[in-house]
Ligand binder design. Structure first.
Ligand code: AGP
Length: 607
């Protein structure tokens, strides 16, 4: 999604704007721009190029001034062109606005402004905002009142930041439902779409909530309730954030770095929570709701994309270990269902970014239902983390690559802990699961040591146009996740299927050009997966099998990759690693932009 940054203080605003936008590049974008206001007045630069190219253009001719805003745009209304890039000015270049999200009633406002002679230049919904603020300023004569009055006329899901030549050293911000965080520095203030760019400068932050605005100077920040214009008192919070985690280091891509962090990711998810010597699980984040959890007799998990597939593993884990019925639903579908939800139902929102609009909307839907809302979130302090009654952070550290990898590993680990926590030692699997969770990091290391073997397999198969992934039970969600990884990174058409479904249709697709990646790990369904492989081979389909032993597979599968054994309930964590590496190397083989695949964004903050 779009990235927003803003600075105000004693330094040159351009420095933070450029650095901040570069940090937000992982969110995906197709154009960028910034405006800085100094003694010579405002200077606006916008480009369809990368932030890097704007930085080069400014080397000889920097933007001079102590306050400004910047933006990376992910096109929703209007093609990626210079005139559609943000910041958007009003006609007299006295108000400049950057925006993330969608203004749903922009056509009505635009028609009204055009009736009053306003000329529009762009094809965007955003451009109505500076013109509307300018019109309100002419009517009210005060920048703050004009800003608030204009924002209160906008409908949609958005966040905006504005600067004006009439309000030196002041940033104006408003959030309806797209994240904005204010950084409180020493005599300087920052604003951004997420904490990442701010953390280098200050860890004291204030998150704006829905329907809130802020008037920010280098030393003050006034927060205003957009519903009644009352002032809100809110103390800054201090985020514990390790900027090193977000630095690429000598890796070629964030994705490879984050895949290789998987052993540490599991350790961090378990740290302080898995007490093997006491044979128990302690989830401090659920202490507040421990009493309510006793009466939960149904769980609905809502999530999207990779988090949805991690949630599907969580469904099997919680049902098998804690004996509570679970239903996983796509957040984008859940919010439109009219299903009965009793007060003994708990909703768990699983999200890496904690800012996914569909998942937020799903939680908003049940806000008044009296159901318990829990979060399994990675981004500390994110919207979902703050909306839910309680939750368990993933502690995976910043995930920069658009393709979610270590977050999947962290989410499944946390969902296993939640299953154990709910089981209260009542499950026969309890002890074995606790012990085996502790063994996972070492086993992941062994798989990572097979990188070259996996790279060779990816190169061998990368030029196929279609791919099938199959798995059964705990490995069925992994087949879906593996297909998503290959799709989003290499752009190859890939489908994930439950192995048992092959004879109900997919087998018709199979021929020598349609390879299958079969998850054939040891377990009660191993033999059935072998049968699937034989059915596929009988139709000439190439098969790459991920397995624990080559027994029964040699002479059947065209290629095998042997990975360490673990108990069936934790196989998804180990099986995901080779699939992540396979899609990573396939994408490289095909020359794709690994960390920023086309058309995708890291945090999908629009519905
Ligand atoms: C996964 O690789 C994708 N980046 C995408 O499907 C992602 O998992 C989905 O958008 C959900 O994001 P979230 O976990 O931040 O809510």
């Amino acid at each position: 999604m779009c990235g927003i940054v803003g600075y105000i203080g004693p330094k040159q605003a351009q420095d933070f704007l450029l650095e901040g936008l570069a940090t937000l590049e992982y969110r995906g974008y197709d154009s960028t721009g910034m405006v800085v206001i100094g003694e010579q007045g405002p200077r606006l630069v916008r480009s369809v190029g990368r932030v890097e190219s704007v930085k080069r253009d400014l080397e000889g001719d920097p933007l001079v001034g102590s306050y400004g805003i910047g933006h990376t745009r992910w096109a929703t209304h209007g093609a990626p062109l210079e005139r559609n890039a943000h910041p958007h000015p009003d006609t007299n270049r006295e108000f400049f606005v950057v925006h993330n999200g969608i203004i749903e009633n922009y056509q009505v406002i635009k028609a009204d402004l055009q009736k009053n002679g306003v000329q529009f230049i762009s094809d965007t919904d955003t451009e109505v905002i500076p013109h509307l603020i300018a019109a309100e300023y002419r009517r009210l004569g005060n920048v703050t009142e004009a800003f608030l009055s204009a924002v209160q006329q906008l409908h949609g899901a958005f966040s905006i930041v504005m600067v004006s030549t009439f309000a030196p050293d002041t940033l104006f911000a408003a959030r309806l439902s797209s994240p904005l965080v204010i950084g409180i520095g020493d005599g300087e203030s920052f604003i951004a779409s997420d904490p990442t760019p701010i953390m280098e400068h200050t860890k004291k932050v204030i998150f704006l909530n829905d329907f809130e605005a802020a008037v920010i100077t280098p030393s003050e920040h006034v927060i205003i309730n957009l519903k009644d214009s009352s002032t809100i008192e809110r103390l800054p919070q201090v985020l514990d954030y390790d900027p090193d985690v977000a630095v690429l280091g000598d890796y070629p891509h964030f994705m490879l770095k984050e895949i290789e962090e998987a052993p540490q990711t599991v350790r961090s998810a378990l740290l302080g929570r898995l007490r093997t010597e006491q044979n128990l699980v302690k989830l401090g984040g659920l202490d507040l709701v421990e009493e309510q959890l006793r009466y939960i007799d149904r769980i609905v998990i809502v999530s999207c994309g990779t988090s949805y597939y991690a949630s599907m593993v969580g469904e099997y884990l919680i049902e098998e270990i804690a004996g509570i019925p679970v239903e996983v639903q796509l957040a984008s579908e859940f919010k439109y269902r009219n299903e009965p939800l009793s007060r003994s139902t708990a909703i768990i929102a699983v999200s890496q970014s904690g800012e996914t609009a569909d998942t937020i909307a799903a939680l908003n839907k049940v806000a008044g239902y009296g159901v318990l809302r829990l979060g399994v979130v990675n981004a500390v302090g994110s919207t979902i983390a703050r909306m839910t009654d309680a939750g368990v952070y993933c502690h995976a550290g910043a995930e920069q690559s658009v393709a979610s990898t270590k977050a999947f590993v962290a989410q499944v680990s946390v969902l296993a802990l939640i299953a154990l926590n709910l089981a209260k030692n009542a499950s026969p699997l309890y002890e074995e699961l606790i012990k085996e969770l502790d063994n996972l990091p070492a086993k992941i290391e062994k798989i990572l040591a097979q990188k070259q073997e996996i790279e060779a397999l990816a190169k061998k198969y990368a030029h196929h146009r279609d791919f099938l992934f199959i798995g059964r039970r705990y490995l069925y969600p992994v087949a879906l996740e593996g297909a998503l990884k290959l799709k989003e990174l290499s752009y190859i058409h890939a489908e994930g299927y439950a192995g048992g479904e092959m004879k109900h249709g997919p087998l018709a697709m199979i021929d020598e050009n349609f390879p299958t990646l079969a998850l054939a790990l040891d377990g009660e369904l191993f033999e059935k997966t072998i049968s699937n492989i034989q059915e596929i081979k009988a139709r000439g389909g190439p098969v790459l099998a991920i397995c624990n032993t080559t027994e029964q597979l040699e002479g059947i599968a065209d290629d095998v990759l042997v990975i360490p054994r673990t108990i069936e309930q934790l196989q998804p964590i180990l099986a995901a690693i080779p699939l992540q590496l396979f899609s990573y190397y396939a994408a490289i083989e095909l020359g794709r932009n690994v960390d920023r695949p086309r058309n995708l964004a890291k945090s999908v903050t629009v519905e």
